[in-house]
Design a protein around this ligand. Structure first.
Ligand SMILES: Cc1cc2nc3c(=O)[nH]c(=O)nc-3n(C[C@H](O)[C@H](O)[C@H](O)COP(=O)(O)OP(=O)(O)OC[C@H]3O[C@@H](n4cnc5c(N)ncnc54)[C@H](O)[C@@H]3O)c2cc1C
Length: 459
């Protein structure tokens, strides 16, 4: 029996009306079963919940949307932040303060009214804070850097239940670690982030027939390398199901999807797109001038909950042989059941050392490679193996590292550790031992306290 606490919102135990809805993640493949769910309305609710968890040695899980749910919370206490939706914008200083329950779409909608943009991700329904704690690679990253590079401060409830202001001056080590270390160091209740004067873009999707995928992949790396930093273009092998909300030209077939966000003029963007347009004629072309509030239409990701499996890796170089290997593993001649096999470009400002260093240190790759498949009953037995086969086929060109936000279902300790260089992982793990000695925060992408202490330290 778990004790109750005074919180301004909701606390529910299994069997209570609303319990299942409170804890349900976007990724329906994961079924949380906490002993207590707290629907926090403010930072002091979060602090009360963490204090209770600490006094009763209950593991803590934090969830805003469940987009990043990778491991079931079993027993313990789940803190749902989705009611924490405060947003304040200082247009003059180009800063915003975002509470832990906000999704990117809600933030972008408000900043766009002021001609400003955050360094949001591709999906409007992903939570801003979960994304920020994992680095945050988005359509503006080549131009301005990873989202963590432009976080000014966090309000953080640490595993001892204390609410701390964490910034470069007050808590430099925690500030470094939370930017990339996910929920391993506590619950972020709010973040202060920079905004950028971006009001519009030229972008959308070019959807190519499957037969063109090998030639597009063969051209893609060289083409991206020539693009200015203000241009972003991901390339996905997309197999969407035939459903009423899926465009009739796209459902039930494989297509190559070039996902474009260009901050230059329409004329310059079209000049830059010409080499890819020259490879094949798109089946569907949604590229156009748009306001920044339409940025989520570039990737056009699903906004309804689905059970899914996913993993990510970093690609050193997409050589012609690598492009061929990817085509063979997931392209038109494969029987891949995966919905998305996607390359997203790094480079530009992502690759440069940021002014405020963070724990995100896998920056020197050319692309992320993300593989994602549905866990519907008809394919759930084959999807993970198919995804692993794509990664195995690409192994000669992978760096061995990953970005933690794209680690998806990879939660084994060595897979989690691959998101950082060994030095960074050892530093995170040492700090984890200091900040969370009883290892209360141990669901999701878990850093074990003191896991990578050197032999020297053990002696
Ligand atoms: C459709 C889709 C598109 C995506 N696009 C991008 C993208 O463009 N770029 C990118 O970098 N990533 C992207 N991701 C990955 C995404 O950023 C991560 O899955 C992120 O963790 C989701 O955060 P969430 O709050 O929505 O999910 P949740 O499942 O609620 O949270 C996931 C994890 O984030 C951490 N977290 C959440 N809230 C807090 C908090 N208050 N304090 C501390 N830690 C917290 C925890 O570790 C938690 O387990 C995408 C994911 C999906 C499903």
């Amino acid at each position: 029996m778990v004790s109750r606490i005074r919180v301004s919102e909701i606390q529910l135990t299994p069997g209570d009306a609303g319990f299942d809805a409170e804890i349900a993640p976007f990724n329906r493949a994961i079924a949380h079963r906490p002993a207590l769910a707290v629907g926090a309305a403010c930072a002091s609710d979060v602090a009360a919940a963490v204090t209770l968890a600490a006094s009763e040695a209950l593991p803590v899980t934090v969830q805003a949307t469940g987009h990043g749910a990778v491991m079931a919370a079993d027993g313990g206490l789940l803190i749902s932040t989705r009611r924490m939706r405060g947003l304040s914008i200082d247009a003059h200083a180009r800063r915003a303060r975002v509470e832990a329950g906000l999704r990117w779409g809600e933030i972008v909608r408000e900043t766009a009214k002021l001609g400003l943009a955050p360094l949001n991700g591709s999906s409007a329904t992903v939570g801003a804070v979960g994304y920020l704690t994992g680095g945050g690679l988005g359509p503006l990253s080549r131009a301005h850097g990873l989202a963590v590079d432009h976080v000014r401060a966090f309000d953080l409830v640490t595993p001892d239940g204390r609410l701390r202001r964490v910034d470069a001056e007050s808590e430099p080590e925690l500030f470094w670690a939370v930017r990339g270390g996910k929920a391993n160091f506590g619950v972020v209740t709010a973040a202060e982030i920079d905004l950028f004067p971006v009001a519009r873009l030229y972008g959308g999707g070019l959807y190519f027939p499957a037969a063109a995928i090998p030639a597009l992949l063969a051209r893609y790396q060289e083409w991206v390398a020539e693009l200015p930093e203000q241009a972003y273009a991901a390339f996905a092998l997309l197999r969407l199901p035939r459903l009423p909300h899926v465009h009739e030209l796209l459902g039930g077939r494989l297509v190559g999807h070039l996902r474009v966000a260009h901050l230059g003029s329409a004329e310059q963007a079209e000049r830059d797109l010409a080499p890819m347009r020259a490879v094949a004629r798109p089946l569907l072309d949604t590229v156009r001038e748009m306001g920044y509030d339409e940025i989520a239409t570039v990737h056009h990701e699903p906004d309804h909950p689905v059970p899914s499996w996913g993993r990510g890796a970093l690609v050193r170089e997409l050589t012609p042989a690598a492009a061929q290997a990817l085509s063979a593993a997931a392209g038109p001649d494969s029987d891949s059941p995966l919905t998305v096999v996607e390359l997203r470009p790094l480079g530009g400002a992502v690759a440069r050392a940021p002014e405020r260093p963070s724990a995100v240190d896998r920056r020197d790759a050319a692309f992320t490679l993300n593989v994602l498949g549905p866990l519907r009953p008809d394919v759930r037995d084959v999807v993970p193996a198919a995804g692993e086969r794509v990664l195995a086929a690409m192994a000669p060109w992978l760096t061995g590292g990953s970005l933690i936000n794209f680690q998806g279902s990879a939660v084994a300790p060595d897979q989690v550790a691959a998101a950082w260089t060994p030095e960074t992982f050892a530093r995170l793990s040492r700090l984890k031992r200091e900040v969370d000695p009883h290892h209360l925060f141990r669901t999701g992408h878990v850093i074990v306290p003191g896991a990578h202490d050197t032999d020297q330290e053990h002696r």
